[in-house]
Write a protein that binds this ligand. Structure first.
Ligand code: THU
Length: 160
């Protein structure tokens, strides 16, 4: 028997001012996107902003549906659009936040498993690590790669 211990590195910041201007702008775009979410059922409005290698920022937000499973998370709306518009441009970073009836979340939320799997695919596809910035008013959590959240993952290498 062999036990494997797996370590992930997440860095927490106390305020936006601690981030550089590019990352501050990306978080602001995610906040703007959250305000425009269509989330009448959960009332949990998530915003995502994707920074591409060409400098462009693509936003997305959760889109819910009366037939609940037909909706889609903010991260996947943004990533699928970015990959459909620029199939050969790598994603450098993604910022995510959420807004409720109490305003922006205090603690950051990690992306759901399905969104992480989609982000991992983008990372693998472009052979470029995607930085993740999770914004909450009291804390901003930053990771240098999707692999920090999915250290053990199923990916295209396994289909060979
Ligand atoms: N949601 C996201 O947009 N991203 C996540 O990573 C987690 C959850 C959305 C889905 C649904 O519209 C609402 O938040 C409540 O789960």
């Amino acid at each position: 028997m062999n036990t494997r211990e797996i370590k992930s590195v997440l860095i927490d910041y106390n305020s936006l001012a601690e981030l550089d201007k590019t990352h501050q702008k990306l978080v602001q775009k995610a906040k703007d996107a959250a305000e425009k979410a269509y989330a009448p059922y959960s009332e949990f409005k998530v915003g995502a902003a994707v920074l591409l290698e060409n400098g462009e920022i693509i936003e997305g937000n959760n889109q819910e549906n009366a037939a609940y499973p037909s909706g889609l998370c903010a991260e996947r709306v943004a990533i699928f659009y970015a990959n459909s518009k620029y199939p050969n441009v790598a994603i450098k970073a993604i910022a995510v936040t959420a807004n409720t009836d109490k305003g922006f979340i205090k603690e950051p939320i990690p992306p759901c498993g399905s969104c992480l799997q989609v982000m991992l695919e983008s990372e693998k596809r472009s052979e470029n690590s995607i930085e993740v910035l999770l914004y909450g008013e009291d804390k901003i959590t930053v990771a240098d790669s999707i692999k920090q959240f999915l250290p053990v993952n199923f990916n295209k290498d396994m289909l060979k």
